[in-house]
Design a protein around this ligand. Sequence first.
Ligand SMILES: C[S@@+](CC[C@H](N)C(=O)[O-])C[C@H]1O[C@@H](n2cnc3c(N)ncnc32)[C@H](O)[C@@H]1O
Length: 244
Amino acid sequence: MTDEEIFEGIDRIEIREGMERTVKSYVLRNNVLSDKAKRVLHEYMEKYGLFYSDSFLDYSAVFGNGKPVVIEIGFGMGDTTAEIALRKPECNYIGIEVFLQGFVHLLDELGKRQIENVRIIRFNAVDVLNHMIPDGSVSGFHIFFPDPWQKKRHHKRRLMNPAFLSLLSRKLMKGGYIYMVTDWEEYADEVLSLSSEETQLINPFGGFAPPVTWRPITKFEQKGMEKEHPINEIWLEKADLFDI
Ligand SMILES: C[S@@+](CC[C@H](N)C(=O)[O-])C[C@H]1O[C@@H](n2cnc3c(N)ncnc32)[C@H](O)[C@@H]1O
């Protein structure tokens, strides 16, 4: 690919459905590619980046092996993504994020540290899941500190809503997990209650989960802790009982 094609590809981050305004879980800020970002994209996009396409990914072709695939949605700056991938080389990771600076930062880390089991895509996660991820193919989802959209009139923008939870469940393989962490208590309660209505999911802990040992503190977690927010962990699994 030429640099121009890469820069153009990275610029498109969502499917536009005609002239309709659909509610988005993100707001885009500063979308301009700096010279450094261009250098990083030039150097590493072909190896570690994915572009949106409306055909399902072939994971073995993407990673060159058949390891289980875990998808992280909204990785922010991506330092946690990189650390988890290094700590757990037995899995492959696909990171999805629309925030340009964060995307470029993680791309640079992956390239400099040669982290072979991660690929990242800059696109709306809802579109990626719907069009690129086969049903029943994902071993786990990581969703760390999704934007809480605190004001009541903004709650409709929350990523974790009934439709999205059902989409995640459909994409999971049997026994696969959804791991969400948030410092916004009322959002945590809401997701816990929504998950009890999703028939394909079980909560092995019957409430909030204990922290796992392999997750480093994320940037947004640090901010939440500084404000003395409680950190709530939610771990759900796709029941083995159901056919997809
Ligand atoms: C509050 S930040 C948390 C970042 C990181 N996980 C952390 O804990 O530091 C949430 C991130 O989710 C991303 N995001 C929200 N909705 C998204 C979507 N539909 N597709 C891709 N990324 C999304 C935002 O761009 C933002 O960077």
